[in-house]
Ligand binder design. Sequence first.
Ligand SMILES: [Zn+2]
Length: 163
Amino acid sequence: MRPIRIVAIPTEIAKVVRSTLRAPVYGFPAYEDAATDAAPCRHCLRLIAPGETRRILFTYDRFSGVESLPQPGPIYVHREDCSRYPEDGGFPEELRGSPRTLEGYARGRRLVIQEYVSDRRFEPAIESLFAHSEIDYLHVQSTTAGCFTFRIERACQSVDPSR
Ligand SMILES: [Zn+2]
């Protein structure tokens, strides 16, 4: 399999949300509560354990830093500090158990192909999407909830000009 980069939301975004309880860029109030279901934190890419942990729900543009066309939606982060998922960590094991949609995008926010994965085997789908030269990056979405989870890039080709 070709090397990939797992791109969780930037640490700076998580910090701003935790300190202001407002969505960066949008300014909408963020919502803090106790976890009642096992939603993933988009910063550490671990599941937020129900009953044990507080979480923050806020509005985030999933194309931030990559495209000029935004598409904001709700995402969760842990209320307390957590470590950003390592970019070379491979597909996050804690997120393997729930159905996810891999969306293959070309620059300009053009959706080329999507694959639904519900059998825990994400690597073959990632490999087959990146075999298409017109696909520049992937978004991983929850298939059941529809929310953005993280981005995947080819390790040799970042799509974020700031990196
Ligand atoms: Zn976290």
